[in-house]
Design a binder for this molecule. Sequence first.
Ligand SMILES: [Zn+2]
Ligand SMILES: [Zn+2]
Length: 230
Amino acid sequence: MMKENTIVQTHPWLIKILGSKNPGHAFVATIPLYVVFISYVVKIESYLLAIGLFFLALLYWSFIEYAIHRWLYHTRFKNNKLRWFFETFHLYHHRNIDDRRVLNAGPLMIYPMVIILMMPIYIILRGNLFLVSAFGIGLALSYNFYECVHFLIHYKKFEFGYFSYIQKYHLHHHYKNWNKNFGNTSHLWDVILGTYDKKYKVFNVTEEYEREMITEKRQKKEQTSLLLTN
Ligand SMILES: [Zn+2]
Ligand SMILES: [Zn+2]
C-alpha cells in the first residue's frame, strides 16, 4: 500500500483546525462574517443591485467549488510540500472516504479562503463595502450550503429529491470516475467545461457503498465491537 504523506499523518493536531468533522463548525466560523456583511447591507441604497450581486455570488461559488476540486485538489503536484498540503484535503478523502476529519473545512482554512475569494470582488467593486457585503452574504451562504451537502451525502443514503441526485453524482465521482463530475452541489460547470458524465444517473448506492458512510449508528457499532474485542 502507498505510504501516505499528508497533514493527517504528519500533524494530526493541525488537521483539527484545518479540517472539521462537522459542517456546523464552518457555519459558526462564518457567523462573524455574516454579522459584518449584514451590518453594511442594511444601509445599502440600491437593493436591486444588491440582489443581483447576491445571485452572482451563488454562481461564483458554484464555479469556485468546481475549480478548486478539479484544478487544485486533483492535481498531483511535483513539489513535495504542495502535495503534502493539498492531498490532505481531497485525495486523502478519496482514499479514506469514511474519515470525517477532512470532510469539512476548519476555521484555519476558511479565513484565508475568504480573503482570497473576496479580493477580486473587492477590487472590481472598488472597495464599496456595501456592495461587497451583498456579494459576501451570497458567497458565505453558498459556501455553508456546500459544506452541509458534502457532509450529508457521506453521512447517510438518500432515496429521492435533490440529495439523492447530488449523492449519486458525487459518489459516482468517488467510486467510478474521478476525472468527471467535479461539481459538489450541481452539475452546471461539468456540463459547461466538458467533464460531465451522465452515467451517475444509473449509479446505485448499494450496501457496499453504504458501509463506507459515516452514520453515527455505524460508528457506535464499531466502537462497541472494538470494546468487546479488547
Ligand atoms: Zn466526497
Ligand atoms: Zn475528487
